[in-house]
Design a protein. Structure first.
Length: 426
């Protein structure tokens, strides 16, 4: 495994643990400025919106300056914004500083992934991506638990987060600032001709893919993931915990429990996705997510509140493994340009709209049940939709594990997404 993968994993851990410390209290901190629940939820959306808008400029910066410089600079921008938030004296200040952090986040996300793909051989990209994502997961588990230590102050977690990001930025400069990573260096691992061809399909490929029920479900599923798991829960769980149980510390525990169950089951979920097929794992995942939403609505005590988090964690692990596998069935693992970009961007769309809609419903109804009910309804739509689609995995692989012989052979009748796209794009 290239050294850079381990460096990026360590950086991902620092980013995730810092975010995990303040994420459970961010909307509660906004409420300190005497704003409405809706205004507090905007804080979550503005960051995702800024990140979404800044994705294209970040791509240009990577091309112009190289990944390490953009990566380290992005981390410093987020660190500075976090310090400014800690000193914020008004809601408008908070909003502006949080939005500026979105630029740094986009720079970090784009440059880190670009570097990971550039230095890792094609035969190792799966393992490298898993290790990199593992840094986020482990950091996400540790963050809320560490953040509980600072529960006595709503401002302190932002300063600690800034410190973690500065450490990550310095580590990046020390370990990755080398001539081999310059924009003129040829240290990348070129894709195969098939992958290059797939990546060149562009908007034509997206139009063809949108004709496939499987790909439409993939986009909807990722939207729901962003809306419910990342947007709605981040915005409302802290407010709900403080309103119902008198302390935001339970929201820290909730996020920690969900992350622990998700991290513990990710490997098993991936194996079952390959062994049993994408559809049953996806259906079970959305069923558990819907159950988690319903338990959240009717949780009368902290114990049931944490049960809801457990259900979200297990369901998130299942869909987190199966949905990307379904995307791989459509693209055959190629870097399919707009298809993959659309898949990634739709998460931010859900992240943006989730807190806004949930905050609006909460403000109009004064009911957390109604707000969480929106997420439950969207999840149920995904569940019903998943029940209606065909299995995207080729039928002759249904009972095989990844190491079985002839595992790459496909039945033309069952390899629906990839074969259809290949034929229509030629």
């Amino acid at each position: 495994m290239p050294k850079e993968v381990y460096v990026l994993t360590a950086v991902a851990f620092c980013v995730a643990i810092g975010f995990g410390m303040f994420a459970p209290v961010i909307t509660v901190f906004a409420k300190q400025f005497d704003v409405s629940d809706f205004a507090a939820s905007i804080i979550i959306s503005i960051f995702a919106a800024a990140r979404l808008v800044c994705t294209a400029p970040s791509t240009w910066m990577v091309t112009r300056f190289g990944e390490p410089i953009v990566l380290a600079s992005g981390l410093l921008i987020v660190a500075i914004s976090s310090v400014l938030i800690g000193f914020a004296h008004s809601y408008n200040d908070f909003l502006i500083y949080r939005a500026s952090g979105g630029l740094g986040s986009a720079m970090f996300t784009v440059s880190a992934l670009a570097l990971l793909l550039r230095v890792t051989p094609a035969t190792m990209r799966g393992r490298a991506s898993g290790l990199y994502q593992g840094g986020f997961v482990v950091g996400g588990i540790a963050g809320p638990a560490v953040g509980a230590v600072f529960a006595f102050s709503l401002r302190l977690p932002f300063f600690v987060n800034a410190a973690m990001l500065v450490i990550a930025s310095i580590f990046t400069f020390v370990m990755l600032l080398h001539p081999r990573y310059s924009v003129d260096a040829s240290s990348s691992q070129p894709d195969s001709a098939a992958n290059q061809e797939a990546a060149s399909h562009g908007w034509s490929g997206l139009r063809k893919a949108l004709q496939l029920p499987v790909y439409r479900l993939i986009l909807w599923a990722n939207f729901v993931q962003g809306f419910v798991l990342f947007g709605l829960r981040n915005a409302l769980v802290p407010l709900y915990a403080k309103d119902q149980f008198g302390s935001t510390v339970y929201s820290n525990y909730s996020f920690a429990v969900g992350a622990i169950f998700s991290a513990t089951l990710l490997v098993a979920a991936g194996r079952q996705t390959d062994l049993r097929g994408r559809k049953p794992v996806t259906v079970l995942g959305f069923a558990l997510n819907a159950a988690g939403a319903l338990v959240m609505v009717f949780s009368p005590n902290p114990a049931m509140f944490l049960v809801s988090a457990m259900l979200y964690g297990v369901g998130g692990a299942l869909t987190g493994a199966s949905i990307p596998a379904m995307l791989g069935d459509v693209t055959r693992g190629a870097r399919s340009g707009v298809l993959v970009a659309s898949y990634q961007a739709i998460v931010d769309v859900g992240f943006i709209t989730g807190p806004i809609l949930a905050g609006f419903v909460l403000e109009q109804t004064h009911s957390f049940n109604a707000a969480f009910g929106v997420g439950a309804a969207l999840t149920c739509v995904a569940l019903i939709w998943a029940l209606t689609i065909p299995e995207s995995k080729p039928s002759n692989e249904a009972s095989r594990t990844p190491g079985d012989a002839d595992s790459t052979s496909e039945s033309p009748a069952r390899a629906l997404p990839s074969v259809m796209i290949d034929n229509e794009l030629k």
